[in-house]
Design a protein around this ligand. Sequence first.
Ligand SMILES: Cc1cc2nc3c(=O)[nH]c(=O)nc-3n(C[C@H](O)[C@H](O)[C@H](O)COP(=O)(O)O)c2cc1C
Length: 399
Amino acid sequence: MSRIVFPRREFARFLAASPLMARAWAQDAPATITSPKDALEVMDFEPLARKALPPAHWGYMATGVDGDVTLRANREAFEHYQLRARRLVDVTKADLRTEVLGAAWDWPIYVSAVGSQKAFHPEGELATARAARAKKTMQMLSTVTSTPVEDVAKNLGTPPWFQLYMPLTWEETERIVKRAEAAGCPVLAWTIDLLAGRNTETATRFTRLDRRDCASCHGSSPTAGANTQTQRGKPMFDGLSGEMNPPGATWSYVDRLKKLTKMKLVLKGIDTAEDARLAREHGVDGVIVSNHGGRATETGRGTIDILPEVVDAVGAQIPVLVDGGFRRGTDIYKALAIGARAVGIGRPYIYGLSSFGQEGVERVLDILRAELTLTMRQCGTPAIAQITRASVLRNGTRL
Ligand SMILES: Cc1cc2nc3c(=O)[nH]c(=O)nc-3n(C[C@H](O)[C@H](O)[C@H](O)COP(=O)(O)O)c2cc1C
């Protein structure tokens, strides 16, 4: 009986050439990426960030809620959409410029609000601001920023959009909103998806692995920022209680906010057509389809799957923005095709910030821009206005 000889060398070669192995090796990114320019895609920064951060800070960024189902859905939902590429269009040049709430944007991407950025890099929000300025990108600053809005505005070269976590009392709300207005912020983005609290289990698990004395930075509350609602000591809560996210807030609060400020008002965390219509009826200037990066309610819905119903409800009247799980130029393209005016990113630029500070954020923006440009040209839609519903399919069917 002849023995089957195991062709070891050939098998090794086959494995080495397989995309599976390439993926596995990509997990070793920290060894192969020593400078931001070595990164080929934005996810190359993820393992670097994990390596750079203490467990509790990594957990604060990585966490979703409950079993992280919605966090995963944000990524997986992009696979429900395919691109319809047109050919023989002159794609010598691509034009990514767009307009959002009366302002000219160089491209339809913004860095979304991420709190406490000094937990990721000593220069925190200032490094992000300088990168955003260098890459002509809008920055949305969190209420729980670790750097005052005035300093961010200086480094960004223009006032950022200001994200509002509404304080518990109206008096404190007025103080924060007026401060953002005085700093020149053109847009107030009120985040309305954390008013009932949340269950960030992954963050808690990582905090338990952290052997450092968290109380030395966080006072008596080592998980502040992840699970608690108290933000006393953060620069925007200077002299204020730091308590926020009133669970009793209703649509009447939108009317009050509109009266309070001259800034344009956008609601962040709209996840249904019904609420999008209510937002428009209450005079809101724009809505952001967002589930807080899977960090608020365990709905199980990816934001790209939510986007069509919101665009259909209000997209003709007010701009619809979206964030959640965007990691590739093709992801951005799909959202633009469905009708989003602009796309926000959270974790990707924080991976870059954690790994290499300002330069890391810049490289993340460069990669996304290059990928979006390539997709637009490859699909025969080299200008933003040419990207329409005809550019995309959902599960093989026209939208
Ligand atoms: C570490 C972290 C902190 C965040 N902090 C805030 C915040 O202070 N305010 C807010 O409205 N959204 C916050 N978000 C949500 C982001 O603005 C954005 O909605 C989300 O990150 C987008 O999903 P992505 O991370 O998959 O890109 C935070 C997200 C992360 C990951």
